[in-house]
Ligand binder design. Structure first.
Ligand SMILES: Nc1ncnc2c1ncn2[C@@H]1O[C@H](COP(=O)(O)OP(=O)(O)OP(=O)(O)O)[C@@H](O)[C@H]1O
Length: 221
């Protein structure tokens, strides 16, 4: 039985507008399990980012319940350049969550960072490179490594392919699938690209007018 990663139950989310509040999510419920790639699609303004913010704990104005069964999710963004500090090396960037957490020696941090580079198929000597010295696809690999080094098995991926050209997209898709299969990583995959979603995702959550509709067989999107 796959382990449950997340349970969202009857979530209503709101934004304040002056004295009133506007409801953006209405009675949203779903569950995520390890080793799943679940698409999150919907028109612009349908509430995808709002749902992600609720899951990440960045938006408090909601009722209902969001229960995490494992470590908190990490985000992987559309623009991997913006997500990586341009003044620091890849090694420094990857080690930052370990420095914040504490309890790792310098040597241990370095070993973990190098191990992460291996897990996303980048050479170890990328440890000393700066983000500007990497291609878009390589930067996205570093972003994925940065998410995974925290020990999470749940990635919230917000349009992670849309800044990449098609061949590089295919390589990153292969990496995401490999991590899904080998390490049972679970992804909530926000995308406007229905071709990618139908190819990659086992299930799809459609957001429409604040409500979620779940499609179990997205092949025919
Ligand atoms: N900080 C905010 N304050 C008030 N309203 C907001 C805020 N952020 C988003 N909204 C509104 O909430 C609704 C949902 O927005 P959200 O950003 O979640 O949509 P989305 O599906 O992620 O859109 P996109 O695909 O364009 O990123 C929209 O009507 C938007 O205008």
């Amino acid at each position: 039985m796959p382990e449950k990663i997340l349970e969202v139950s009857h979530v209503n989310a709101y934004y304040r507008e002056g004295k009133t509040r506007r409801q953006v999510l209405e009675d949203v419920s779903f569950e995520l399990y390890e080793g799943e790639i679940v698409g999150l699609v919907g028109e612009s303004g349908s509430g995808k980012s709002t749902l992600c913010k609720c899951i990440l704990g960045l938006l408090k104005e909601y009722d209902g319940e969001i229960r995490h069964y494992t470590k908190r999710p990490q985000m992987v963004f559309q623009d991997p350049f913006g997500a990586l500090n341009p003044r620091k090396t890849v090694g420094w960037i990857l080690e930052e969550p370990l420095r914040v957490k504490g309890g790792f020696s310098r040597q241990e941090r370095r070993e973990k960072a190098e191990e992460m580079l291996g897990r996303v198929h980048l050479p170890e000597d990328f440890y000393g490179r700066y983000p500007r010295e990497l291609s878009g696809g390589q930067r996205q690999r570093v972003s994925i490594a940065l998410a995974l080094i925290t020990g999470t098995r749940f990635i919230l991926a917000d349009e992670p392919l849309s800044a990449l050209d098609v061949t590089v997209q295919a390589q990153i898709i292969a990496l995401l699938k490999e991590l899904q299969e080998k390490e049972k990583i679970c992804y909530l995959f926000v995308s406007h690209d229905l071709d990618v979603v139908s190819m990659l995702c086992g299930r799809v959550l459609f957001l429409q007018d604040g409500k979620v509709h779940c499609l179990d067989e997205p092949g025919g999107l």
